[in-house]
Design a binder for this molecule. Structure first.
Ligand code: ADP
Length: 483
């Protein structure tokens, strides 16, 4: 069944309608530079209406539902997402610019998040606590109430799946502010939720620009928890704004994640992960592995094998489903190009690049994937999040050196370690200052079940997995004196 929502509408209280101001934003197709659709430019008034609708659902049908009933609705949302996965993937490919196959993976992942959280709803328990004689003390997990979700443009389906799935599982009512650059599948979620029988107001969707609709959401006193994925600068603003009314925040803010290859590693197994983790979604991935640390004795061998893969990478329009799509926007393309110019000015060594497809549309935001070798660990290209298909290779001497370089940025999201030495695997895993460590793999295929989030500048709090349900709920302690 095809989607029928109007892209210019907001979804509030179970109804589709124009934003109060009637203003619109053009969504640009990154593969062509042409206007793909128009979306509402939501205002503070629209956000206020959404928060009120969310609160009303908590005071009404949604708030009355049992965990089992919530789980059944999430399960239905999962089934509907899977049924419509190809249509969703096409929407996402056109909107974000990601190759169709990668967008399809994202649609399947969104379905999987809803499935996972559907099953988890009625399996999170409180406890009883031994206490003074004459007392019984118990704890229960309760929803925060209204949760705000401020979402970026790079993986809308995956991030909506994990964030909305977790929040609804715990019985919160959500207000979703998708990114102004890519928002179609977020709107489609409104239709999926309605069709699955989610009560009106349990999920509200208000597109708009960050400084207006986003800022209004994080500042709204009726919002009891904010979940944000995006840049470090905006995350800091959101934390401050939510702090004004003491609302907790979960921040997932990107990284400069390393993969560390030791001389005893299975290099053939590592190479596809080393490259794919850098160029997937054109490098516009929070957990992209943008730094490859290689032990000096195998440096030439690894760089040669990575180069061969780089030279086979083809960049082109999303629906052609090549290896790499365009950048999301002209602005993002410019940011990446500025890094490339800096690298050139500083004489960094380009060891390999991909190729552009023949006959690219003129207005697309294409950038060639680029691999730099022998990059000093303190150079901007090895320290700052680029958010483009650019990786740096850095040589290291030994375990201590690898750790120093790996931990030596302001971020701490993910790390990969390639070694057959079991003792070294554990030493590295314990000493890497990050939220996730992958040994002899990277990303574990997305890992819906695996808690995800960072330390340091990569943020705090965890999404994904069962653990996210603790972020999306609060403990209430009940002490009963019965004598
Ligand atoms: P990126 O730099 O990757 O575009 P951002 O951090 O700017 O990521 O944006 C991520 C999300 O945060 C988007 O939905 C955006 O609209 C929103 N946003 C941007 N600025 C603000 C702000 N000041 N307050 C709240 N949300 C914002």
């Amino acid at each position: 069944m095809a989607f029928s929502f109007d892209t210019k509408h907001i979804f509030v209280g179970g109804k589709w309608r124009a934003g109060e101001s009637g203003r619109l934003i053009d969504l640009i197709n990154p593969s062509t530079g042409e206007v793909l659709a128009q979306i509402a430019k939501g205002s503070a008034l629209d956000i206020d209406a959404a928060v009120n609708a969310a609160q009303a659902s908590l005071d009404g049908e949604w708030g009355e539902m049992t965990a089992l009933e919530r789980g059944r609705i999430l399960r239905k949302m999962s089934d509907l997402t899977l049924e419509r996965s190809k249509e969703l993937a096409k929407m996402e490919a056109l909107d974000v610019g990601k190759p169709f196959g990668q967008a399809l993976t994202d649609a399947i992942a969104m379905a999987r998040y809803f499935e996972f959280y559907a099953g988890a709803c009625d399996k999170i328990h409180g406890s009883t606590i031994p206490f003074m004689n004459g007392f019984t003390v118990l704890t229960m997990r309760e929803p925060h109430g209204v949760t705000g979700h401020i979402i970026p443009w790079n993986y809308p389906m995956q991030i909506n799946g994990r964030s909305i799935g977790g929040a609804l599982a715990m019985g919160n009512a959500a207000v979703l502010k998708p990114a102004e650059e890519a928002c179609l599948t977020a709107l489609a979620l409104g239709e999926i939720a309605s069709d699955a029988g989610l009560p009106a107001g349990a999920l509200n969707i208000v597109p708009g620009i960050g400084a207006e609709a986003g800022a209004a959401l994080s500042a709204h006193k009726g919002v009891n928890h904010i979940s944000f994925t995006g840049s470090k600068a905006v995350g800091a603003l959101i934390q401050k704004s939510a702090g004004e009314h003491v609302a907790p925040v979960t921040l997932e803010l990107g990284g400069k994640s390393p993969q560390i290859v030791f001389e005893d590693a299975d290099i053939d197994a590592a190479i596809p992960f080393l490259v794919n983790a850098g160029i997937q979604n054109a490098g516009q991935t929070c957990s992209a592995s943008s730094r490859i640390l290689v032990q000096r004795s195998i440096y030439d061998k690894v760089v040669k094998a990575m180069s061969e893969r780089y030279e086979a990478l083809i960049v082109g329009p999303a629906l052609d489903d090549l290896n790499v799509g365009p950048m999301i926007s002209a602005r993002q393309k410019q940011i990446v190009e500025e890094f490339l110019q800096l690298a050139q000015a500083d004489g960094l060594e380009i060891v390999a690049r991909g190729k552009m497809a023949d006959k690219l549309p003129d207005g697309g935001h294409y950038v060639l994937p680029t691999l730099f070798g022998n990059v000093p660990a303190d150079h901007s290209l090895a320290q700052d999040e680029i958010f483009g298909p650019v990786q740096v290779v850095i040589a290291f001497e030994d375990e201590a050196d690898a750790l120093k370089i790996a931990n030596g940025t302001s971020y701490g999201l993910v790390a990969g370690v390639w070694t057959k030495d079991g003792s070294r695997q554990m030493r590295m895993a314990k000493k890497l200052h990050v939220g996730q460590v992958f040994i002899n793999n990277y990303g574990a295929g997305g890992g819906v079940e695996l808690p995800f989030g960072g330390v340091k500048g990569s943020g705090h709090g965890r999404e994904k997995g069962f653990e996210a349900l603790y972020s999306f709920s609060v403990t209430k302690t009940i002490a009963i004196k019965h004598g």
